[in-house]
Design a binder for this molecule. Structure first.
Ligand SMILES: Nc1ncnc2c1ncn2[C@@H]1O[C@H](COP(=O)(O)OP(=O)(O)O)[C@@H](O)[C@H]1O
Ligand SMILES: [Mg+2]
Length: 298
């Protein structure tokens, strides 16, 4: 497979914007949110301005930062209001945070500098239908990013996507530049990755000329990768195949580690909850590969 140039792309629909990453998968629970949240938090810690967009009805990305999409206070704008054109991005943007004390109130959390997010909402469960009834609906995020984010304001955008591949996911792909296809080491997941890559190509082809669609299946992420034969030689074989298939599009493997679900539960980035685990190193290596070297080191 042809090797990619190191850097991510910029949107053709709005060249003033930074790369817009989205993690996707045909099934669910493969680590999209875990990956995306860590990429955002660690890029911010490295000195970059990042914006996470929580487009999943489960709003795990928001929960990780101490915002619950199942209990949105009255009058609070979320991604759902932005999608419906009833709020501006800026109204739905809140600071990325980490827990510093007990409870659910604002006093229990501290902002992480340079990390912002568009707050999630369980009303995104209705998104596929809502987007279908509006002919321009599928462009909601592309237009919001293009018209509401200034040049140089943000260095990296990550969209946290739902598992389903309906109209909402198409709308996210129309805003994205680079898709990270997330997998676990099984045959089913390898097949799913190929099918998803084909779908992404189709959508780009359909919308490229008239609407500046850019998204490519740029990277592949293997989560819960195994390291030893006694964990199952089969998994190692699938990982070998993935290496062969994806070459340098394959991001550093992520291994299973209980500290990851613990960090979500604690509502702290993994890099703060336990900076020593290999996961944190794998995400930093990923940021190096994506063109976001640590600005704190000379
Ligand atoms: N490498 C890992 N080791 C252990 N648990 C993980 C790992 N990656 C993800 N998880 C856990 O698996 C579940 C699904 O991960 P998540 O990132 O929410 O997936 P998705 O966003 O694809 O649905 C979560 O409970 C998460 O904490
Ligand atoms: Mg998720």
């Amino acid at each position: 497979m042809a090797s990619l140039s190191a850097a991510l792309q910029r949107p053709r629909y709005a060249p003033h914007l930074p790369p817009v990453l989205v993690g996707m998968n045909r099934a669910g629970s493969v680590g999209k949110t875990t990956f995306g949240h860590a990429v955002c938090a660690q890029a911010a810690m490295r000195g970059y301005n990042v914006l996470g967009i929580d487009a999943d009805l489960q709003s795990d990305f928001s929960y990780w930062n101490g915002y619950d999409g199942d209990f949105v206070p009255a009058g609070t704008a979320t991604v759902h209001d932005v999608m419906l054109g009833q709020a501006k991005l800026a109204d739905a943007i809140v600071p990325g945070r980490t827990r510093i004390g007990p409870g659910d109130g604002d006093e229990a959390f501290e902002a992480i500098p340079r990390f912002s997010l568009v707050r999630g909402d369980n009303k995104m469960s209705q998104a596929d239908g809502e987007l279908t009834s509006d002919p321009k609906g599928v462009f909601w995020l592309q237009l919001a990013l293009k018209n509401q984010i200034a040049a140089s304001e943000i260095d990296l955008i990550y969209i946290d996507a739902p598992a389903s591949l309906g109209r909402l996911s198409v709308s996210l792909l129309l805003a994205a530049t680079d898709v990270v296809i997330c997998m676990k080491p099984t045959r089913k997941e390898l097949r799913g990755a190929a099918a998803l890559a084909a779908m992404i190509e189709e959508i780009r082809a359909e919308y490229a000329d008239d609407f500046g669609a850019t998204a490519r299946a740029s990277y592949y992420l293997m989560n819960e990768a195994k390291t030893q034969k006694n964990q199952g030689a089969f998994y190692l074989e699938i990982q070998r195949e993935a290496n062969e298939l994806f070459g340098d599009r394959l991001l550093p493997f992520i291994r299973p580690n209980v500290r990851i679900p613990e960090a979500y539960d604690a509502q702290e980035p993994v890099a703060i909850w336990d900076p020593q685990i290999p996961f944190v190193g794998a995400i930093n290596e990923t940021l190096d590969r994506l063109g976001y070297p640590d600005k704190r080191v000379a």
